[in-house]
Design a binder for this molecule. Structure first.
Ligand SMILES: NC(=O)c1ccc[n+]([C@@H]2O[C@H](COP(=O)([O-])OP(=O)(O)OC[C@H]3O[C@@H](n4cnc5c(N)ncnc54)[C@H](O)[C@@H]3O)[C@@H](O)[C@H]2O)c1
Length: 320
């Protein structure tokens, strides 16, 4: 089975490649070749099958067609620019997040083999007025360009699936916390940096108050859910090809307390609390809680508490 991971040199793409290397199969079909593509040439993770890293700009239609000339059985499409950058650089966001996705849908269609196509959308696809709670039936009304680009991709994925061009599965990811590495241009970047930096002995600023609730999921849970998305039988998806995967709604103050419970009180002392109106405005438009009944019914994994996010960061990603 041939698998492509776009954004395969990024945070989740690298972790997904590592998870596949451990698992070795999808739906009982042995993996034979996994390609990790990114805007740069990523170093592929070691695996018991052929692995390749390729530089592929998803906004370059010809390059995408060439890279997919030999069809893939499963495509995990993770390449994107993040929310803060897509808001500031509208054309770039449109080209990568929307047209890049369309280029991949088209190339997958041309392959003629109806690949399983796992698309990473975001809970930023929701927004505006949504009533008391967000459920599987809340309509998408994004309030950022990033969210709009992700939501537009969802519509296309659904139509390409309805036409039988591909077998699409779109996941609206919660904020994935704790993300390793450096702060990025995501408006949600602080949701990781207020834990990552203090746990690594550095200070970090929290631009929102302690009562702000973060709809989040741990990297291990999200990667398990990306894999699960590729394995759910097609008939079980029904007509709604895209869904919100489970997350946990936790107050920032309680997240910090969870860090203290796991790692002691020094880290929390390294957090500063200076408000940032630009970040607040974006974050306040995002859902802080959701009901994800369909995903739970389909067997998607659920987090069990924010302590795990901290523990797993210490086990998997901390840089001392
Ligand atoms: N991490 C989160 O909290 C979160 C939440 C919701 C949705 N998502 C979505 O999940 C996916 C993966 O997220 P991540 O956190 O691993 O992000 P990431 O930024 O670590 O990885 C994305 C990768 O895409 C690559 N990329 C950017 N432009 C590209 C282009 N033109 N062509 C090819 N590759 C390009 C980047 O180089 C990067 O390595 C993204 O689509 C993101 O929008 C992530």
């Amino acid at each position: 089975m041939r698998v492509l991971i776009t954004g395969g040199g990024g945070f989740l793409g690298t972790k997904l490649a590592a998870a596949l290397a451990k698992k070795r199969e999808l739906n009982g079909h042995e993996l034979t070749h996994v390609v990790q593509s990114d805007i740069f040439e990523p170093t592929p993770v070691e695996a018991p099958y052929k692995t390749t890293g390729i530089a592929l700009d998803v906004s370059d239609k010809d390059a995408v067609n060439a890279a997919l000339a030999e069809p893939f059985d499963v495509i995990f499409h993770l390449a994107a620019i993040v929310s803060g950058q897509a808001e500031l650089e509208f054309d770039l966001g449109l080209n990568i997040n929307l047209f890049g996705s369309l280029n991949l849908f088209e190339a997958a269609r041309q392959g003629g083999n109806k690949p399983v196509f796992v698309y990473t959308s975001s809970c930023a696809a929701y927004g505006g007025e949504w009533g008391d709670e967000i459920t599987d039936f809340t309509f998408l009304n994004p309030q950022t360009s990033y969210g709009a680009q992700k939501a537009a991709g969802e519509l296309l994925l659904t139509d390409y699936s309805r036409k039988g061009f591909l077998d699409g599965r779109g996941l609206r990811l919660p904020s994935v916390t704790v993300r390793p590495g450096k702060p990025n241009a995501a408006a949600s970047s602080f949701m990781s940096s207020i834990f990552r930096e203090p746990l690594q002995g550095e200070s970090a600023n929290c631009p929102v108050g302690e009562d702000y609730r973060v709809w989040n999921s741990a990297p291990r849970t999200v990667v398990a859910n990306l894999v699960h998305a590729a394995e759910v039988p097609e008939d079980n998806w029904g007509m709604n090809r895209c869904l919100a995967i489970p997350g946990q709604s936790v107050r920032v103050g309680d997240m910090v307390q969870a860090m203290t419970n796991v790692a002691g009180s020094n880290a929390a002392g390294l957090i500063t609390w200076n408000e940032d109106k630009f970040i607040q405005k974006i974050c306040e438009g995002w859902p802080q809680d959701m009901k994800t009944d369909k995903a739970i019914r389909l067997g998607f994994h659920q987090d069990k508490g924010f302590e795990d996010n901290i523990l797993w960061f210490l086990e998997d990603d901390i840089q001392r």
